[in-house]
Ligand binder design. Structure first.
Ligand SMILES: Cc1cc2nc3c(=O)[nH]c(=O)nc-3n(C[C@H](O)[C@H](O)[C@H](O)COP(=O)(O)OP(=O)(O)OC[C@H]3O[C@@H](n4cnc5c(N)ncnc54)[C@H](O)[C@@H]3O)c2cc1C
Length: 518
């Protein structure tokens, strides 16, 4: 890369994506570098809850205010990534109603529209909710697709002139007289240096390891959270427990499925690259989850996954540490000019994190441009609502909004490849072109192919053949299948009983696998 940049952003999670969008929109020559595909870290392993801030209202008023502001902004600028489901905070007999009264007052103080509901009406309107509730409060929580939100930010950045380098790892920094003037990267073409006037670390929990290379210490706490995916939507509303935040007290409707989470445990840094859900975590999640929705006890669990929250801390147990935004100017803090770190925060507040970072980058570079990311709709969300289209285009429009207009649904494009998520060949071609999809794992992130009820049992071979054909390597189709099933297997292992076990055995026989690595 001979080009010289104003800013290099390290990390293609939601924070990096929002930062590169903001920098590019302000006219900065921007480059985003991600060692894997987009959303490989916490951004692809979370609840997908667009917080209203209610969860933090009692303990963290500033965090709650940030959430409600960003919640309202994202509903406007990212309409094709957000489903305005609304949220409920329910009280069970053992919770009492004391917490509820204070909770509602604190929500109002933070500007969150919280309304006490008649529990009898809630039972009728939401029959899946535990029928022994003694209280319920509605809040403007929503469901947000982190993959789509990240993609939309990156697409917008590219359309404003940014460059994106995926599957390229930043291994060190370039320094001149103590100033950071670029990064050393390792990718397909070997190692090289890329120069830039500033470098932003948006590398999630991995930021501290990278900063160490330059002698900068960021005290981070890797806090693991595990989640379970259930085979259908048990309710069309986010359900929270109205008490001090604890394990497994949120259920989020996520497209065709429901996500229950989460646990919160401190883990060693070495574990962050290979998060596994344990049997004990599955038991905790299930035990608490059925308190919210009793039907979960008999609902098929299709997989389990875990992510690591990038929290900054000097100690604590993960839940007591603030989820606040941390923006570090290493010139002021550590005497290392040219380097900035942005971390902490949430998926919900990532746009704001991008704005704060771009403000600091502009200040450092003496650029006067202002932020417009709160007003300009994201790629795909240019028109509000999701519109009505032909049958095969409906799901694509749901996922990609106005971006669907550049997909070719004519002829083979209308072929349905993944029945559960209604992914067509046109969407596959689009993802290859716009996001450089290399295999089925990438395709899943950009389209949801294989994420639905059958967990790819029916579509994997068909999808692999189409992908291999479009990439010009038909001989790789079987390799794509086996690689993908291995990855799916990892998420099924912790929940292998009943229907999930039956399905796993069916899959193993159907695709000729004797064993998977566990
Ligand atoms: C279990 C769980 C549930 C959560 N639920 C919610 C929720 O419901 N709502 C909400 O608002 N927030 C939620 N969060 C928080 C949210 O997911 C995170 O705050 C957010 O995703 C962090 O994004 P990030 O981009 O900063 O980090 P990440 O997504 O971790 O991105 C960092 C990226 O940097 C890349 N990287 C690392 N090292 C290098 C390198 N050397 N070179 C190049 N690239 C590198 C990684 O591959 C990774 O893709 C949850 C978090 C967890 C863990």
């Amino acid at each position: 890369m001979k080009k010289e940049y104003d800013v290099i952003i390290v990390g293609g999670g939601i924070t990096g994506a929002c930062t590169v969008r903001d920098c590019a929109m302000r006219g900065l020559r921007s480059l985003l570098i991600e060692r894997e595909d987009l959303c490989d870290g916490a951004s692809g392993r979370n609840h997908g809850l667009l917080h209203s801030g209610a969860r933090y209202a009692v303990s963290d008023q500033e965090g709650a205010r940030e959430c409600i502001r960003e919640n309202l902004i994202l509903k406007k600028i990212a309409s094709n990534c957000v489903e305005s489901t609304g949220g409920l905070f329910i009280s069970l007999p053992e919770d009492g109603l004391e917490w509820q009264a204070n909770f509602v007052a604190k929500c109002h103080e933070a500007g969150i529209d919280a309304k006490i509901l008649d529990p009898e009406k809630v039972k009728r309107d939401y029959p899946a909710v535990n029928q022994s509730i003694i209280g319920a409060v509605s809040v403007p929580d929503a469901s947000v697709d982190p993959f789509r939100l990240t993609d939309a930010n990156v697409l917008d950045a590219v359309r404003h002139g940014a460059d994106i380098l995926r599957f390229t790892e930043v291994v060190d920094f370039v320094q001149e007289n103590g100033r950071v003037t670029g990064v050393k990267v390792r990718g397909k073409g070997g190692e090289e240096s890329i120069h830039s006037r500033t470098v932003v670390l948006a590398a999630g929990i991995w930021a501290s390891k990278l900063a160490e290379k330059i002698g900068v210490r960021i005290s981070m706490l890797p806090s693991k959270g595990s989640l379970l995916v259930f085979g259908h939507r048990v309710a069309d509303v986010v359900i929270n427990r109205c008490r001090k935040p604890s394990n497994a007290d949120i259920i989020v409707p996520d497209d065709m499925v429901s996500v229950l989470g989460t646990t919160s445990d401190k883990v060693p840094f070495e574990a962050c690259d290979d998060m596994r859900v344990t049997q004990e975590e599955v038991d905790i999640l299930l035990k608490e989850g059925v308190e919210l929705v009793p039907a979960l006890a008999n609902t098929r669990i299709i997989r389990a996954y875990a992510g690591v929250r990038p929290l900054v801390s000097e100690g604590g147990d993960g839940r007591s540490v603030s989820r606040g935004i941390v923006l570090l100017d290493h010139e002021e803090r550590d005497g290392v000019p040219g380097l900035i770190t942005i971390t902490g925060g949430k998926l919900t507040t990532a746009r704001l994190m991008g704005e704060m970072t771009a403000d600091l980058v502009c200040k450092k570079l003496g650029v006067k441009a202002v932020c417009h990311t709160a007003e300009v709709p994201l790629a795909g969300s240019e028109k509000p609502g999701r519109g009505e289209r032909s049958y095969e285009m409906k799901s694509a429009v749901w996922r990609h909004g106005t971006e669907t207009s550049i997909m070719d649904f004519k002829g083979p494009g209308s072929e349905l490849v993944c029945e559960c998520e209604q992914v067509t060949r046109a969407e596959i071609s689009y993802s290859i072109k716009e996001f450089g999809v290399r295999d089925l794992r990438d395709l899943r992130r950009h389209t949801r192919l294989g994420m639905g009820t059958c967990q790819s049992n029916h579509c994997v071979r068909r999808a692999a053949e189409i992908l291999a054909e479009e990439l010009g390597c038909p001989e790789k189709a079987e390799e794509f299948v086996q690689q993908y099933l291995q990855e799916r297997w990892k998420g099924m292992t912790p929940v292998l009983w009943g229907d999930t076990l039956r399905e796993a055995e069916f899959m193993r026989n159907r695709y000729g696998r004797k064993d998977y690595e566990i």
